[in-house]
Design a binder for this molecule. Sequence first.
Ligand SMILES: *Cc1c(COP(=O)(O)O)cnc(C)c1O
Length: 370
Amino acid sequence: MLQVPYLNLEAIHKPIRDELNGAYRGVMERQWFIGGEADKTFETTFAAYCGTDYCVGTGNGLDAIRLILLAYGIGVGDEVIVPANTFIATVLAITYVGATPVFVDANPDTYLIDVGKIEEKITARTKALIAVHLYGRAVDMQPIRKLAKRYSFKVIEDAAQAHGAKYHGEMAGKLGDAAAFSFYPGKNLGALGDAGAVVTDDAELAARVRAYGNYGSYEKYDHVYRGCNSRLDELQAAFLSVKLHYLDRWNEERRRIAETYAAQIKNGKIILPRMPENREEHVFHIYPVLVDGREDFITYLRDNGVGVNIHYPTPIMKQKAYEEYCGEAERYPVTNRICAQEVSLPLYPGMTEEQIDWVIACVNRYEKKI
Ligand SMILES: *Cc1c(COP(=O)(O)O)cnc(C)c1O
């Protein structure tokens, strides 16, 4: 039986193995491992890719969000608006700095933050909103920017799943005041380990983020903030520079697979994600379908050699770590439904036509047991 893993990083890395080995050898020759040539090169090229003035490498995506919040001085007593439907890291960053997350339910068509439900959540304490381009789909930013201007709060993008996604011709990363990226290996642009970055046009913010991630210092042994250690290392930067070169190609391949799924999956029991009007808005980090009776569907697919994943099985408000929000969990019905029914189908660059066809055939043949 044909096997289709949920994700196959070998299919992504094998064709560029020599280049990645070359990147490794370059770092070994220089014997400089943090804050050197490779970091500078990647930061410059990634900022240019996003169309921003600055890029600051971080240790991972969670830190990228956290460092932005710290650098803006957001903390205890401040509120940060955040979609209820997101990966937990977005919310961990908010509570790490002592601020309070204020959840907004998901839009039933896009599964992203429901833009029409934001204004009612704004208070005098609102200091920022984190727009999460979840699944690789750009959030509708225009109304958010308007609200941000009217109520004067910062707009931070969590672009961890959306490298290369565009909104009205502009790149994710360029759509708010500052943006956080993750380069976790499975992301659309992934390192060979943990890595992240902040991009922004704000020179002062960029400098503060760098200082906060470098023990709170602008200059060695001169500590202005109670910072932390969260930096991009040379090896990961060198690998990322190699892979950045392929990002647009890979994203196009992802879109093509998603479009094939959208055109050929026909099963009344499976709800497919709504495609965006402009295909550039989506880079399909994830292809989320909704299924009533998810366990049955997942078992069936696994029995047929198809690996799947769930993004995400439990709403944040129902996690032990956030049990004080448990009481309000039912106020986010769309998020609850997505968490109860979501199944992510395999989708990655290097998937063969045969594998794509097999996923489609299996999903189309699925019949729910009564
Ligand atoms: C992956 C991810 C993060 C966290 O990134 P790490 O590099 O794993 O810390 C944050 N937000 C979203 C939406 C993510 O998918």
